[in-house]
Ligand binder design. Structure first.
Ligand code: NAP
Length: 345
């Protein structure tokens, strides 16, 4: 499939370019930008990922983000800033060009599925509703922190039923894109505010863990409270979770549930699927960004510090995942792979 990447020079766009190199199904043929329009990708991009800009994209000319440049493609990935995404993503949706977006613009649209393939693949059925009104198929992947929080919550929710979640995040600098947070603000410091992040974590996790009722998604009924903090780490978001459940929790059983979490054959066989979605570490000081961010080529979520809280139905844990891989480009590519393998695109 010929693929266009909107906003391809940014932190997430670069991950897409890296992960799509030699992809068995998707061929990146169009890259769009704003300030870099007309330049060769290799010259326009400030490559953040180490090594060289992949050869296959180096000489692609960055195009204007305009519908005229999307006519020849079979699939669009959007890595646009959400404000910039407003008109073009809606146009792509209306034009019926398949799209998977990383931006927040359409995530909470009732007609748009917000999907983590291992968690709520059934929500893709919402695309039938899009088809009925003559648009799409357009699906979105969640905010990076939400993804890292929700993956371990999924099997725990299935077993114990979530009542309330309190989460504090420790988010990497690359989560703010490039150039992102000024060095003067973040070196020797932490910043206890990330604009709109807490609202995203609270709303999106309830949509993803909600139930598709055949027509729309009923939001999950539990409470989520988040405090999101930027820390001086380059890549990888960490979340400290205090989860209160309907039922009493057994810590050893919870560990077994997380370790044995299997998203099923239809997800496992996808090219970007990690061998293990959730990796549990038993050391008392893990997960850590430096050692755990690339687990499963950046597609696994590492969970540690599992212990019981003050009451018998609370569980405390720390989860970590790569924000631009699992939390952005890698998650979106996995979602597009699922859509293709299910015959949606
Ligand atoms: P970024 O580093 O600031 O990159 C944004 C890119 O978009 C820039 O390279 C810019 O390209 C391009 N752009 C800006 N306006 C554009 C327009 N009108 N048309 C085409 N391209 C335009 O941001 P990012 O971190 O990659 O984030 C991209 C999106 O992914 C955002 O919506 C963000 O919320 C979401 N997201 C980010 C992460 C993360 O960890 N960073 C995780 C999940 C989701 P030019 O250089 O050509 O101007």
């Amino acid at each position: 499939m010929r693929v266009a990447l909107l906003g391809g020079t940014g932190a997430v766009g670069q991950r897409f370019a890296q992960l799509l190199e030699r992809h068995p199904w998707f061929e990146l043929t169009t890259i769009t930008g704003k300030t870099s329009v007309g330049k060769k990708y290799g010259e326009a991009v400030n490559w953040l990922l180490g090594g060289e800009v992949p050869e296959y994209v180096r000489d692609l000319t960055v195009m204007e983000t305009d519908m005229r440049n999307l006519k020849e493609v079979d699939l669009v990935f959007s890595a646009l800033p959400s404000g910039e995404a407003a008109s073009i993503e809606r146009e792509v949706m209306r034009a019926g060009i398949p799209m998977v977006s990383n931006s927040s613009l359409l995530r909470m649209d009732p007609l748009v599925p917000l999907v983590i393939p291992e968690v709520n693949p059934d929500h893709l059925a919402l695309l039938n509703e899009q088809r009925r009104v003559g648009s799409g198929p357009v699906a979105t992947s969640p905010n990076c922190t939400t993804t890292i929080l929700v993956i371990p919550l999924k099997p725990l929710n299935d077993r114990y039923g979530i009542k309330r979640i309190n989460v504090a995040s420790y988010q990497a600098i690359s989560g703010a894109g490039y150039p992102g947070v000024p060095s003067y603000d973040i070196v020797d410091n932490i910043i206890p505010f990330i604009s709109e992040e807490e609202e995203k974590v609270e709303k999106e996790s309830k949509k993803i863990l909600g139930r598709f009722n055949g027509k729309e998604v009923d939001q999950a009924g539990f409470e989520v409270q988040a405090t999101c903090v930027r820390v001086p780490v380059i890549d990888g978001h960490t979340v400290a979770v205090h989860a209160e459940f309907e039922e009493e929790v057994d810590v050893d059983e919870a560990i077994r549930i997380l370790e044995s979490f299997d998203p099923g054959e239809r997800i496992r066989k996808l090219p970007s699927s990690p061998e293990k979605v959730i990796v549990v570490r038993r050391e008392r000081d893990r997960p850590q960004p430096r050692y755990d961010r690339l687990t499963g080529k950046g597609m696994s979520v590492t969970v540690g510090r599992l212990r019981r809280g003050a009451s018998s139905n609370t569980l405390l844990f720390v989860a970590h995942g790569h924000n631009t891989i699992r939390g952005a480009a890698g998650g979106a590519i996995l979602l597009a792979e699922l859509m293709r393998s299910e015959g949606i695109i």
